[in-house]
Ligand binder design. Sequence first.
Ligand code: SF4
Length: 449
Amino acid sequence: MADTLNLIQPDPATSQHEAKETEIGSVFVSNYPPYSFWRADAVQAAHDALQAPPRPAYPLGLYLHIPFCRKRCKFCYFRVYTDKNSKDIQRYLDALAQEVEIYSALPAVQNRPLKFVYFGGGTPSYISAMHLKAVAERLQAAIPWSTAEEVTFECEPGTLSEPKLETIREIGVTRLSLGIENFSDYILEENGRAHLSEEIYRSLPWIKALQFDQLNIDLIAGMVGETWENWRDCVQRTIECDPDSVTIYQMELPFNTVYSQDYLHGQNGLHFADWELKRDWHAYAFEQLAHAGYEFSSAYTMVKRSKHSQFVYRNSVWQGCDMLGTGVASFSHMSGVHFQNAASWNDYLSQLEAQKLPLTRAFVTNEKERLTREMILQLKLGAINTSYFKQKFNANIISEFGEVFSALRQQGMLDYNQREVRLTEKGLLRVDLLLHQFYEPKYRNARYT
Ligand code: SF4
């Protein structure tokens, strides 16, 4: 399961109203302003930002996109490839390393310590231990991550072996994120997942023995075929796996997924749970996790109360850090400029093979846009302090966004005073549907592709 923070492209056209049925389109908000406003003619501004010294006190993170999967899940809309051989993968990893090497010599990056590293996808665990070891060595020679606070690695259970996990541990991974999504073999197969429950249970003892700092389990509420009985069982089994954190996404139907295409072509027999039911499942899971000793960390994640694991990548991105998003189609942010890499295999590789950064579109944010971006992303944490925005942006968010806060309070989505804004449970379970209301009017109703 690819990480949603960096790559999901929301479609407010479908999130303007609170649809009951699950319709085609994305809901999850990962960035602001919307991607459809990023332009090729702004790419020079990204190069300029990279050629200038960084803003003082802003942390830097590195995202590495590994776009390979054993099989395409029927709900997946990420840039992934299921047909690449070992030679293709080697070529891709060479380009990825080349990209990091180019960045490492630029004034905005040179000698800056990394706060976090994130291997996302796709399925980073798809690549062999040999490939992984070699690319990690080359990447670390360019930008070391031994002092990073967190190194996350996304895994698909069926791609794991004991030696591969040892390599993942050896390269310095601290946070292992396991894309389980569901424990029912029927549901996993129906939704096109590559793994089955047997592979989950095979990999767990290896993972535990290696004592990663943090094990996260991803689940999806509302996969095709889901029932209350199965979901209860899934949540129970998740608790029995004893992870440090559990992340729950509500199933969506973005354009260009197998399911969306089937749905648009009127294929009968497909049933998608409606939003209310998915929220009920989400709420049930959070409730059970709370009984089992977990506490709330964001609208999607619960963490063990006794350990309270941090999620440095999420928190840093939501606080507007600089991030080099490397790999095909990845998104970056540097000194107030958003930019994205070429989204096609050939464009990405050929540009790097010609020693050029494969930037394809960019957006120069202004102060108000940066404030709005941080505020809407941090609202997903469930509560925000007004003093943070006063200090960083010299802005009073209560007066700046007063009308929206007031309307949302009337709808029972949140409450606020001059010190903080706090979402209610109702607001939290549908937070992504609320965020577009904070957008400047010119950014509403935009397609996000
Ligand atoms: S594992 Fe499935 S959902 Fe995740 S990136 Fe691969 S195909 Fe997409």
